[in-house]
Design a protein around this ligand. Sequence first.
Ligand code: OGA
Ligand code: NI
Length: 357
Amino acid sequence: MDETNKNVLGDCFTSAKALTESGVSHVPTRYILPPSQRPVLSPSIGTGSINLPVIDLSFLHDPLLRPSVIHEIEMACKAFGFFQVTNHGISSSVMRDALDAATGFFDLPAHEKMLLVSDDVHTPVRYGTSINHSIDSVHYWRDFIKHYSHPLSKWIDLWPSNPPCYKEKVGRYAEATHELHKQLMEAISESLGLEKSYLQEEIEEGSQVMAVNCYPACPEPEIALGMPPHSDFSSLTILLQSSQGLQIKDRNNNWISVPYIEGALIVQLGDQVEVMSNGVYKSVVHRVIVNKDVNRLSFASLHSLPMNKKISPAPQLVNENKPAAYGDFSFNDFLEYISRNDLTKQRFIDTVKKNKF
Ligand code: OGA
Ligand code: NI
């Protein structure tokens, strides 16, 4: 294989997993990041002493105790745009089954996964590597399958048929995250002083993209990344990880490693909530580091309003003193943007801001 070939025509495809399995001792040139973008992997930096918020959701259903949970959520959204949740209602067996099915998928022979390959961001079910292997100038040590997931009956027939348990196991997890997203959005609306039912219908009928990510062990984790710094276009992203690897950027621009907590799920604010809140909350910038020893899997469930429904600042959060700081955008607008632009050069949310300077 010609390692300098940037696959401009998509005629050459090598997954990160295939590279790991071939036993390479160096990453191919296309994965090498410019020095300024390389992660610092020293254990004392990045893991820091900051305690990232972990919120117990069991009291969300208790009318007396709900306000204190809402308050915790507000604090976490303001400080980080990020929190982990426990007692979230999704059983550990549903999460384990989903991870097992994903392992089974990525373990399939290349030709079988290639049945679903596509570099067209509008394809509802697609397998790929890096961010978009046919255009990325730097490649990322990540393979993925992404599939639309809501309403499940509309999309599930297009999902991988192998391993045979995939549809059932991942389908169960997808439905459970859709439900959790509804509850979290109610809480987030409340925490902003909006009605609990704000945008309820659009959220119920919203789109859900499940990004199932595979980050194989990488021979040179100090010069490569699993995913570049970005924020998600979603309202919220609910993330299940099999081991540590995610880092978030804090308000002082430091990278903080997100600890792995057995049974917990990660909640990240996306660009849609930043716009809806008129900037009271900010979407969290995050990236993925890789490591020499462990294959890592994650399910990033990106929830948003329906495909063509535009989100805009909530009228209740706009007034003379706080004019609307954002225009509006839909999931489809975001797809149009990424089909033409490199997200590592300019964040999508910056194009939605009214005052761009
Ligand atoms: C994503 C993402 C993080 C992870 O898919 O958008 O940020 O830990 N994933 O896989
Ligand atoms: Ni992300």
